[in-house]
Design a protein around this ligand. Sequence first.
Ligand code: SF4
Length: 321
Amino acid sequence: MAQLVGIARLAAESPSLEAKRRTEYFELATRKYLSRCTSPRMPFRWMINPYRGCEFGCKYCYARYTHEFMELRESEDFEKKIFVKHFEAAAFRAELHALPRGETIAIGTATDPYQPAERKFRLTRSILELLAQSAGYHIGLVTKSDLVSRDIDIFQEISRRNYLTLVITITTLDSELARLLEPLAPRPDLRLGAVRKLSAAGLRVAVNLAPILPLLNDSEPSLDAVAKASARAGAVQLSGNVVYLEECARKVFFPFLRDYFPSYLRRYQERFERGAYLRGAYPETIRERLDRIRRRYGLQERKAEPDPELWPQEPQMTLFS
Ligand code: SF4
């Protein structure tokens, strides 16, 4: 067998923390908690992902390739072998200390920071506790889990000296469709409950209506229902984008379509055979549809953050109310 190097070697050497019937947790040695995002398309410069792998197992998940870096190439490894990053508070504090004010930090860009592992390992919470001692950053956190509302106290603390946006992903209000697409993620009504609790606690909440999947959740009534419920629950922003199907995602998503929506399979295969993104009229139609829906419910588009010069020492709620 070829000798493993880098993250693949660390993964192979990771001690097992616990094995449930379905899932095994490993502790992954970690040098850095903040990783730099080099894509100019992304509205953030730094990323934090406390876990590698994600038990929620969404059928369209594009992050599955991250397990391939560890030479774990079975599709199910991503959902069943979860790596918990070894956490050293002093090392993370030093990284934060070196980060200039005004930087953008996104938590949960690759895997969900409130997946089931978080109930046990509380790694996301440990990271947030240190962020709460920092000032002057734009911080975004994205999740599909209602467990996020457990940490309201820390979010309020972070918001005193940083610009924080909590983003809850809700793809559909149809709980049966959600169960098929996102098998172990909390139900849509539970996610809406989290939007309600976080908003009621004075926190800025956005709903991420993504991915938008042709023929499955892209109709105006379906998108409208999510937007309406989100606005009623207190969300102030709504974002959404059309599904992106890299090969690692197609390997799971196409068999899923074959099993549950066989009549859609051929159309997806034709549309995505030339690449991971849909081009042409469809994305434009969805953009217009979302704009219309946002206007209907007074929701803002998630866009560039305000000038950091304005807010270093101020609580966000007085500046951006
Ligand atoms: S919650 Fe996000 S990271 Fe987890 S499986 Fe779903 S899409 Fe992937």
